[in-house]
Design a protein around this ligand. Structure first.
Ligand SMILES: CCCCCCCCCCCCC/C=C/[C@@H](O)[C@H](COP(=O)(O)O)NC(=O)CCCCC
Ligand SMILES: Nc1ncnc2c1ncn2[C@@H]1O[C@H](COP(=O)(O)OP(=O)(O)O)[C@@H](O)[C@H]1O
Ligand SMILES: [Ca+2]
Length: 583
């Protein structure tokens, strides 16, 4: 079969003569008439050929065809560095080849197209596309029609496009409508839009498998259809953390070539059943407050998060809570091991074998039943109690343009675990330092009031009495509370041992800022702050405070391949073996 696809001939690119060779897996062209040492071969894996057209064809920025019968044009993935240390920008490479006859031209196009079918069998043929016209800077429609649709057309992918008219339309469509014939679903929007697709596909898959999502112990069925993300939102964290750049063309090319990246998903349950799923951020305290505040300022677009972040930081809040977590196996990996989950990550590959032990190929992967939770004994749970600036759970790094290494730089996309980040109450400058480190390469966990744990599940509850309290007094003796209640000397129980929060970090002295919870208030007139925060679940506010969250390993698949390391691109060996690099 493969020998049929081989072809070799002399071709011209502009005025230069080349020897072009199609080997089946690769298409190469080497300049002739050059001294040996300067000879350059351009090699494109067939898996990265986007399309082959007769004539001189251009696609972006605008389509044009010059139908000359001795020319064919090959479009392929071309990589360039973004200038940042991680993530590679993909652009559409294009080379026009001239040959001596029309017969040879037709032979080349026929062979290249056949090689594409044989060596790239996982490409999507038909996609369901949802565009949120109001996401981010409201450019979703333009981005799709000018940059993405022409590439899908070139690749021969047929699309059914729905521009949403209301929130949750995409989710409801996926839950109820006929999806026969669609290989994947593409969302044009931000993390909120991705979350709609996630809920629609997970829900639909469980319905069809007859599984009850309301039962937190149930082993969910992984979704077969892939999700593609064309970034057009505000944070675009899921795209950034799985592709490494925010660029619609790069994402479209990953979709076209049928890349496949499994992704862990956290389910979130309250007592009465499933609340939501999360992949990027399940955050209580600071991140919940930022989201709640930002919803009032949606008109600001993506800037609403900067504004609300500043306001919430200045309000200087902390919240009481009880956090319980089920640690993951510490021998497998650690959130402090200073590695990065990159394309071909070995930790994630080993996890696939652990999560789906009986699957020898990806086809049986979907039908295998596995247990990641029910075998975990209750005895392993760890309990901590105190006052927190924020409690966050993420099952991937959650890197985004604001924070290029993310909430948890060493988290893995597909290892079946999440990272629980506990930021204990501390003085405002300490917390600012913690936040600021997210924007640099400085370790945000290397602070005395921060803990990070690799976990399989987390429970959060309020200390007795807090459920009913809407506001709490703040401000030491002025507000009628002593230091202990304020959390500055917080008793933390863990495995029976007692620890004082004061030992965790600086700032035992209370300033007026700490006393009032607001730097602009004096501490005498305003002494009340909300007793309870809200949960930010991938940009949605949860209706409940007391929750149980559990990580489901590799529950969905994206058209992505993880972050390709720009530095390692010079070393083909690194790329081939895939790596978990030291930060
Ligand atoms: C002094 C500098 C402070 C910088 C703080 C940087 C911390 C950034 C961490 C961001 C993590 C983002 C995790 C992703 C969350 C998204 O799911 C969610 C919804 O996104 P979208 O649908 O695009 O609107 N985004 C947020 O909750 C925004 C959090 C911003 C916090 C400042
Ligand atoms: N047509 C629509 N009108 C209003 N809201 C919508 C529409 N389509 C989707 N949404 C909702 O908008 C929210 C934000 O969308 P998203 O694309 O994530 O943008 P952003 O990143 O700016 O928040 C999502 O939660 C989604 O459910
Ligand atoms: Ca993970």
């Amino acid at each position: 079969m493969e020998t049929d696809l081989k072809l070799e001939s002399t071709v011209w690119v502009g005025s230069k003569r080349y020897r072009a060779v199609l080997t089946g897996w690769h298409f190469n062209w080497t300049e002739l008439d050059k001294k040996n040492r300067d000879k350059k071969t351009i090699s494109v894996p067939v898996a990265e050929v986007v399309g082959v057209e007769e004539g001189r064809v251009e696609i972006l920025p605008q389509k044009s065809i010059e139908d000359t019968d001795k020319v064919f044009t090959v479009f392929y993935v071309k990589r360039s560095s973004t200038g940042s240390s991680y993530g590679l920008l993909w652009t559409l490479g294009r080379t026009q080849f001239s040959v001596p006859s029309r017969v040879l031209r037709d032979q080349w196009t026929k062979h290249l197209r056949a090689a594409l079918k044989t060596h790239s069998p996982v490409r999507p043929n038909r996609l369901l596309v949802f565009i949120n016209p109001y996401g981010g800077k409201k450019k979703g429609r333009k981005i799709y029609h000018s940059l993405v649709a022409p590439l899908f057309e070139l690749a021969g992918i047929s699309c059914h496009v729905i521009v949403t008219e209301r929130a949750n339309q995409a989710r409801d469509h996926l839950l109820k409508k006929d999806l026969t014939g669609f290989d994947g679903v593409v969302c044009v929007g931000g993390d909120g839009m991705f979350s709609e697709i996630l809920h629609g596909l997970i829900g639909r898959t469980q319905q069809e498998a007859g599984l009850c999502e309301n039962d937190p112990t149930v082993t969910l069925q992984p979704c077969q259809r892939h999700i593609g993300i064309i970034p057009a939102g505000s944070t675009d964290c899921v795209c950034y953390a799985t592709v490494g750049v925010i660029d619609p063309v790069t994402s479209a090319l990953h979709i076209i070539i049928g890349d496949s990246q499994p992704l862990d998903v956290c389910s979130v349950h309250q007592a009465s059943g499933l609340v939501r799923y999360s992949v990027s951020l399940l955050g209580y305290g600071f991140y919940g407050d930022v989201l709640a505040e930002s919803e009032k300022h949606r008109w600001m677009g993506p800037l609403r998060y900067d504004y609300s972040g500043t306001m919430v930081y200045l309000s200087n809040r902390s919240y009481a809570g009880i956090v319980q977590y089920l640690p993951a196996d510490p021998l497998l990996s650690s959130p402090r091991d200073r590695t990065r989950c990159l394309s071909g990550c070995s930790v994630c590959s080993r996890s696939t074998e652990r999560l789906f032990p009986h699957s020898s190929d990806s086809g049986s992967l979907y039908s295998s039943h596995y247990s990641q939770f029910s075998s975990d004994s209750e005895g392993e749970w760890v309990t901590v109690e105190g006052r927190f600036r924020c409690v966050s759970l993420t099952c991937m790094s959650s890197s985004c343009p604001k924070s290029p290494l993310g909430l948890s730089p060493s988290a893995h996309l597909a290892d079946g675990t999440g990272d629980l980040i506990l930021v204990w109450d501390t003085h405002p400058l300490g917390f600012l330092k913690f936040l600021y480190r997210h924007t640099s390469t400085e370790d945000q966990f290397d602070l005395p009031f921060v803990e990070v744990h690799r976990v399989k599940a987390v429970r959060f509850s309020l200390p007795p009495g807090k459920e009913e309290e809407e506001y709490e007094e703040i401000g030491g003796s002025i507000g009628g509370m002593d230091e202990e209640e304020r959390g500055y000397i917080e008793t933390v129980s863990r495995s029976g041992s007692q620890q004082h929060l004061a030992d965790r970090g600086p700032g035992r002295e209370m300033t007026n800022v700490q006393k009032t919870g607001n730097p602009f208030l004096c501490g005498l007139c305003c002494s009340k702050a909300p007793a309870v925060s809200v949960w930010n679940c991938d940009g949605e506010i949860l209706p409940s405070t007391e929750i149980l969250s559990r990580v489901h390993g590799q529950l969905v698949r994206l058209y992505a391949r993880g972050i390709e390391d720009g530095a390692a691109m010079h070393c083909s060996e690194d790329i081939e073996r895939g790596c978990t690099l030291q930060i």
